[in-house]
Design a protein around this ligand. Sequence first.
Ligand code: NDP
Length: 400
Amino acid sequence: MAKIICVLYDDPVDGYPKSYPRDTVPEITVYPGGQTAPTPKAIDFKPGEMLGSVSGELGLRKFLEDQGHTFIVTSDKDGPDSILEKELHDAEIVISQPFWPAYLTAERIAKAPKLKLALTAGIGSDHVDLQAAIDRGMTVAEITYSNSISVAEHVVMMILSQVRNYIPSYQWVVKGGWNIADCVTRSYDLEGMEVGTIAAGRIGLAVLRRLKPFDVKLHYTDRHRLPAEVEKELNVTYHPDVESLIRVCDVVTINCPLHPETEHMFDDNLLSKMKHGAYLINTARAKICDRDAIARALESGQLAGYAGDVWFPQPAPKDHPWRTLPHHGMTPHISGTSLSAQARYAAGVREVLECWFESRPIRDEYLVVDSGKLAGVGAHSYSEGNATEGSEEAVKFKTA
Ligand code: NDP
C-alpha cells in the first residue's frame, strides 16, 4: 500500500465554506482543439466545492483509504520541521498545487527513496527539480489544460485592469471619493494597441483568441509556429524571438513554462528594450522575470504597469518588493484555482491515480518526466534542468 502526501493551501480564514455563491459550475467535457477533460471512473465531490484547500483534500480521501493507502494532507510544506519534510522519507507519491507548491528539490528527493510520482494538481511542474526527477527515474505529471482557460480569462482581466487603471479607480470609490481626474490620469483604451504573448500554447493561444474582438494588433513568439490558418484567422504576427516581439508591443503577456531556458528572461537588459510605458502581465511563473529588475522598471516608468499572480518563492515573504510596487496589479497565485478549475484538476488527479494504481498508462499529454527523460507535454514545452533554486526561502513566510 502506498503513502501519499498531498500539499494544499490553507482553508479560508473563516473556515471551510458552508455554502457557495453559485449552485453549479458549467461542465466542460472537451477543451478547444479536442483534448478531453479528465475522465476518472468516479469522483467523490460535487463540482464547485472548495477542493484545493486542506479540508477539500482534492476529494481523494475516500478513494485512497478504501484501497488501504495512507493519505496525508497538509499545508505545512516549508523548512526542515515541516510536516512535508517529516513525512517524505517513506512517501511514494507527492501531490501538490502550483499555488502552494511543495518544492521537491534534489535534497528532498534524495531524502525520499520511495518517491516515484510527483503529481501536479494544475499545470506547471517547475516546483519539482526535473533534473533530479529524471536522474531518479521518477514520473512527474500534471493535469494539462485543466486550468489553461481559467488563466487566459485572468490575463484578459489583468490587461484591461492595468490599461484602464481599474484598481486605483475602484479604490477611490471605497475611500468615498469621486476623483475622476485622479482615476483617468493613467487610463487608456486597449483598442489599437499592439499586444503580444510570449508563447502561444494552450493559454497563450486562448489569450490571443479572447483579445481579437478588442481590435488590437496581435503578436506572438513560440518555439513552434502556429498553423498558418490560425495565424491568418487571428491576423497575428509571428516573431522569431522574444526581443523582436517586446520591441513593438504596448502590452506583453508571458505564457510559457518556467524552465532553464526561460528563467530570468525579463532582466534589466530585455526590459530596457521594451517600449517605454509598456505593460507586462505575468501569470506564468515569477522566475521568468528578474524580481528586482521588474521593481526598477516600474519605479523608473519604463513599465507603466506589472500584473499577474505568480511569485517566487510561494508563499511570497511579507516583505517581497512586488507587494509594494507602484502601479502593480498582483494577486496571490489564484488564476488557475477558481472553483471551476479545481473541479477539473481534482478529477484529473483522480484519473492519474486510478491509472497509477491499476498500472494503466497515464495520458501522454499529462506526462512531464517519465522513464528517465522529459516526456509528453514535458518533452514539448520544457527543457531539462532545475528551476527550484532559492525555494527554501519560502519558509520566511511563516517565520517572519
Ligand atoms: P502549454 O504547454 O500548452 O504551453 C506552453 C507554451 O510555451 C508552448 O507552446 C511552448 O512551446 C512554449 N514555450 C516553452 N518554452 C518557450 C520558450 N523558451 N520561448 C517561447 N515559448 C516557449 O501550457 P499552458 O499554456 O497550459 O501553460 C503555460 C504555463 O502557464 C504553465 O507552464 C504554467 O507555468 C503557467 N500556468 C499558470 C497558472 C496560474 O494559475 N497562474 C495555471 C496554469 C498554468 P512549444 O510547446 O511549442 O515548444
